[in-house]
Design a protein around this ligand. Structure first.
Ligand code: SF4
Ligand code: SF4
Ligand code: SF4
Length: 535
């Protein structure tokens, strides 16, 4: 339970308790907040006793949260938080007040319980203990004043501090539970998410940019600068949008969407022209089962296209190779740099051609394309599949033979396919049939980014290499024969390092079913699958 939510429950349950005690809905707020001070008799009804016990338990939860936060601050390294953000004066005042509020409330309630016997399961025994060792009569008023002072100080400092996230987070939780999501423009909800960041710094530890000594562009800093209206392109665009920090955010913020929204907001639209793209009728046979869209990056890794063509032939799939002439991009790289309107022109062009083909299934080889076709095209009646899903279907439908390869492989989850689209199991199920997959620590949601992301237009090549090499170092510790991925950009990025051969999942399937494909054109690799003996 978060501190914000625990506090919110204390307010709600406290108000219900006050309404029942005073037998009216019209209870002034101060009477509910300082209930144990004004309530000079113990609760006698069953509901009153139950609510008093609930209040004690809630206060205990909140106090344990405060104690943990305090302990974490003192021992941040023990919790893996090597770095944290700096506090400003407003933050320090609000934090000090926040740490005092709940212990003072507990002491004040316990002292009142020691005098009036109006406590419950925790405050009553604490009150009896205090009354046996301290002059509780003379302590009661100062403690309640101290509690009021801490409350007042906190709310005074709140608007100029990071702790504004406490009330805003409660609102965000309710809106999120109603299915509201960050859209592609800055609106009220995205502002609520921005203000809900507690600046706990947990997202810093998952960010691989620190492997390249980039330490000031991570989500916590981006949100802080957006909130203070001081965001620069340097910070906004120096992020791979890999999403690795997002699952770790305890508040559950949509960190990639928030950054994307701000990128769209702060990018000047250039007047892009795609007149050369011809829309209209496409010449496709009525028997066409599948539209295949390779994507720009796949055209730069031709072994993937060769493999897909071979697989389509073996499985007797009639397909239309939509971007064989390499003219159309899916539009997502433009979106990632904030050129949303330019991307829309490409989307409209591609959508028209897909619909004109009459086919009902679109298979894509690039996870970046996959995500945009799934989410932004939304073409009615068209099923979009990444080739790892599609090949799994072909295999389970017995349209592809299975010859297990004598390979121990690590599967690298591409960010856009895994964290971005939730496709974790299909590639593994497929690879399990064709190879032996080694489970590793940083996989699925915690998978590394390769460092090659097109979404970062500020990072230097040397920094990309540092990020890639750190990931490869970890992979090599498991002694795999090869690294397998399902993204042409990941393949291209990892292939730049000669120490671990890397192949796309389609190449593995192709090698297994044809036993003959020659990958020797992939000169960046020092390993050729044609050398592998097939059982
Ligand atoms: S984005 Fe999430 S993890 Fe990062 S500082 Fe904010 S609340 Fe913490
Ligand atoms: S999306 Fe990736 S690169 Fe960007 S801040 Fe998060 S972890 Fe770092
Ligand atoms: S190329 Fe793959 S791992 Fe690298 S950033 Fe893109 S999706 Fe992530």
């Amino acid at each position: 339970m978060s501190l914000a939510f625990g506090w919110f429950l204390l307010i709600v349950v406290g108000h219900i308790e006050a309404c029942i005690h005073y037998q009216t809905f019209n209870v002034p707020a101060y009477k509910a907040i300082f209930m144990r001070y004004f309530m000079t008799q113990p609760a006698i009804t069953l509901s009153g006793k139950i609510l008093a016990a609930c209040m004690d338990l809630l206060l205990l939860f909140v106090l344990s949260g405060v104690a943990l936060a305090y302990y974490k601050r003192l021992n941040s390294r023990m919790f893996g938080m090597k770095k944290t953000t700096q506090l400003k004066t407003g933050d320090r005042v609000a934090l000090t007040a926040l740490w005092l509020i709940f212990p003072l409330r507990f002491l004040a309630e316990s002292v009142s319980a020691g005098i009036h016997h109006n406590g419950s399961i925790i405050s009553q025994p604490a009150g009896q203990l205090l009354s046996s060792i301290l002059p509780v009569q003379s302590l009661e008023m100062p403690l309640w004043w101290a509690y009021s002072g801490a409350l007042g100080l906190f709310f005074f400092a709140l608007p100029v501090s990071r702790y504004m996230h406490i009330p805003v987070e409660v609102v965000m939780i309710f809106l999120r539970n109603y299915g509201i999501k960050v859209q592609k423009r800055i609106d009220g909800y995205s502002r609520i998410q921005i203000y809900s960041c507690s600046r706990c710094g947990i997202c810093l530890d998952s960010c691989q940019m620190t492997h390249a000594a980039i330490k000031d562009t991570q989500s916590v800093y981006a949100l802080k600068h957006i909130r203070n209206r001081k965001i620069t392109d340097e910070k906004l665009f120096n992020c791979m949008l890999c999403g690795r920090c997002q699952p770790d955010c305890p508040v559950g913020l949509e960190l990639n969407s928030l950054r994307m929204t701000q990128r769209i907001e702060s990018t000047k639209e250039y007047n892009s022209s795609y007149e050369y793209l011809k829309n209209g009728k496409v010449d496709v046979s009525p028997q066409t089962e599948v539209i295949y869209f390779a994507g720009c990056m796949t055209h730069l890794t031709p072994a993937i296209i060769k493999s897909m063509k071979e697989i389509f032939a073996v499985a007797s799939v009639k397909y239309w190779f939509m971007d064989e002439d390499k003219t159309a991009c899916c539009g997502r790289p433009l979106m990632q740099i904030g050129q949303y309107k330019a991307a829309q022109k490409l989307i409209d062009h591609n959508r028209e051609r897909i619909l004109a083909s009459g086919a009902k299934k679109l298979v894509v080889s690039c996870p970046i394309c996959y995500k945009v076709f799934k989410e932004d095209y939304a073409i009615p009646g068209i099923t979009v599949q990444h080739h790892s899903e599609y090949l799994l279907n072909l295999m389970t439908d017995k349209r592809l033979p299975v010859n297990k390869l004598p390979l121990r492989v690590i599967y690298h989850d591409p960010c856009e396919l895994g964290r971005g689209s939730g496709i974790y199991h299909q590639p593994r199920l497929l690879l399990d049939e064709y190879t032996e997959v080694i489970p590793i620590k940083n996989e699925k949601e915690a998978a590394f980014c390769c460092g090659g992301s097109l979404a970062n237009i500020k990072i230097k090549m040397t920094e990309r290499s540092q990020i890639r090499n750190k990931a490869l170092d970890e992979y090599r510790n498991y002694n795999p024969d090869i690294l397998v991925t399902a993204c042409p950009l990941c393949k291209k990025t990892f292939a730049q390092s000669p120490n671990l051969p890397v192949h796309d999942i389609a190449e593995i399937v192709c090698m297994s079913i044809t036993k003959s494909l020659d990958f020797s054109n992939e000169t960046a690799l020092d390993f050729s699958l044609k050398d592998v003996a097939i059982k």
